[in-house]
Design a protein around this ligand. Structure first.
Ligand code: NAD
Length: 485
């Protein structure tokens, strides 16, 4: 019998599911059991061509509609997503292994927020009137054209919507390629947008590995590439896009710092550290994986952190009381376990966890290392799993310098009751998305993105509109045009 997660076909192109089994098979493995629950096929050149050609044609129709009309489609799609939240959340859990307790509130709901927010803004995308005495200039905010979205595997529904909603609001079309690890959820986003009234071809989803992504990025019809992925992939995709002078948004990895000062509310800071390291089993780009704790509270912090971490409930992700799921794949589990062994070998003090959990599926115990030093591998490289590094510090200036001593710059957090210090410190941290006495909140109203190697451009908020549109300026001469000869 077919598993309920199996999609009708691998791709959603030009308003319909399409299949081409000549492509490389991509098995979908449920991380909680290791069983194959679905199978899709990578897009063949013929599918890539259909996706790009239909998206190019649909964009012309879509851009001629008013912003109000476009916004209405997006807001209708948001309503449909909310109505189907439960089913979409179950699918997200099958795709990623994340617990249903999380997916019910963080995935289709976040996607719907983006569709609703950008749907609401679509009608307000206007230009300026610039008076120049008798003459004047006016500007028009125009779409870029055909946009490509390429996703990572940790938030397949959210990423598909965070890229699609602002792109479509601005009058663009999109071809979206999900991660080959989690190919299921984006198909539902395409289906729902079509049902909500998006013209056929406006938002296509095609499957594949990096090769299919590469074919999209280098196609001359493509005007913009928005990638969520790792830094090495980001460098390749950015370079390929630059060769074609295309616009880019790069949402890449991180090794973000969280600074906990002596005066912080310890329980609140521990909640921040737990949210910023163990949510989605640590598979979150903006995680605060370097937790700098001021020496005065270090041991108390570690004791309570270990006590609270021991209460994490690992288990069947479909059980809504479970709050800690498996790694997305066996491979990712092995990468994380490898880092844990490196941490032990390099002399970090293991406070809790530190091994695979004894159960089916790809579970790694929530792990905390203390006495981590800046030069250790686990403090320098993105692990993308439930491994928290606690480092200690004496002074504010020292903590800031050490927090910034990384190639990454996605997020940063500060826990303190001294608000003057909080703002002073945040002002000096090299990161795009910051938090004071909180960690990892990502409302659609707030810009999200990184500095340094963590990325280029911003998603969400009004900032995202700038990255999916461009400005045409028109000089209007009211008198005669004169020339020297
Ligand atoms: P990845 O870089 O391996 O892959 C990302 C996507 O790029 C996949 O869809 C992949 O098929 C595609 N790809 C790979 N090579 C390509 C190429 N040459 N041309 C075009 N496309 C190509 O990342 P991943 O392992 O799927 O995800 C984890 C990474 O994503 C982590 O580093 C994490 O920090 C990052 N991430 C960042 C954000 C953010 O918003 N900043 C969010 C989630 C994840």
């Amino acid at each position: 019998m077919t598993h309920p997660a199996q999609p009708k076909a691998s791709h959603f192109v030009n308003g319909a599911y399409v299949e081409d089994t000549a492509g490389t098979p991509i098995p979908v493995i449920y991380a909680a059991t290791g069983e194959e629950i679905a199978r899709v096929y990578a897009a063949t050149p013929a599918i890539v061509e259909q996706a790009l050609a239909s998206a190019q044609a649909a964009q012309k129709i879509w851009a001629r509609m008013t912003g109000t009309e476009r916004g209405r489609v997006l807001r209708r799609a948001a309503d449909i997503m909310r109505e189907r939240n439960h089913d979409l959340s179950v699918l997200e859990t099958y795709d990623t292994g994340k617990p249903l307790q999380e997916t019910l509130v963080a995935d289709a709901t976040s996607g719907a927020d983006a569709l609703e927010y950008f749907g609401g803004l679509a009608a307000s995308l206007t230009g300026e009137h610039i008076p120049l005495g008798e003459d004047w200039v006016y500007t028009i905010r125009e779409p870029l054209g055909l946009c490509v979205g390429i996703g990572a595997w940790n938030y397949p529904t959210q990423i598909a919507c965070w890229k699609g909603a602002p792109a479509l609001a601005c009058g663009n079309s999109m071809v979206f390629k999900p991660s080959e690890t989690t190919p299921l959820c984006a198909l539902k986003v395409a289906e729902i947008l079509h049902e909500a009234g998006a013209p056929a071809g406006l938002y296509n989803v095609i499957q594949g590995m990096g090769e299919v992504g590469g074919a999209l990025v280098t196609d001359p019809r493509v005007d913009k590439v928005s990638l969520t992925g790792s830094v090495p992939t980001g460098k390749k995709v950015y370079a390929a896009a630059a060769a074609g002078m295309k616009h880019v948004t790069m949402e890449l990895g991180g090794k973000s710092p969280m600074l906990v000062f002596d005066d912080a509310d310890i329980e609140s800071a521990i909640s921040g550290a737990i949210n910023g390291n163990f949510y989605s089993s640590g598979q979150v780009c903006s995680n605060g994986t370097r937790v700098f704790v001021q020496k005065g509270i270090k041991e108390k912090f570690l004791t309570r952190l270990a006590e609270r971490t021991a209460t994490a409930k690992l288990g069947d992700p479909m059980d809504e009381s479970v709050n800690f799921g498996p790694m997305v794949t066996e491979n990712q589990m092995n990468i994380v376990l490898g880092y844990i062994e490196t941490g032990k070998a390099e002399g970090a003090r293991l406070i809790c966890g530190g091994a695979r959990a004894e159960m089916d599926g790809y579970y790694v115990q929530p792990t905390v290392f203390a006495d981590v030093t800046d030069d250790m591998t686990i403090a320098r490289e993105e692990i993308f799993g439930p491994v928290m590094c606690v480092l200690d510090f004496d002074t504010e200036a020292e903590a800031i310098a050490r927090a910034n001593d990384t190639e990454f710059g996605l997020s940063a957090g500060v826990f303190t009751k001294d608000f003057t210090r909080a703002h002073r410190v945040i002002g000096q941290l090299e990161a795009g998305s910051c938090f004071i006495n909180s960690y990892n909140d990502a409302p659609v109203e707030a810009p999200f993105g990184g500095v340094k190697a963590s990325g280029v451009g911003r998603e969400n908020s009004k900032e995202a509109l700038k990255h999916f549109s461009q400005v045409k300026s028109v000089y209007v001469r009211m008198g005669d045009c004169e020339a020297a000869f």
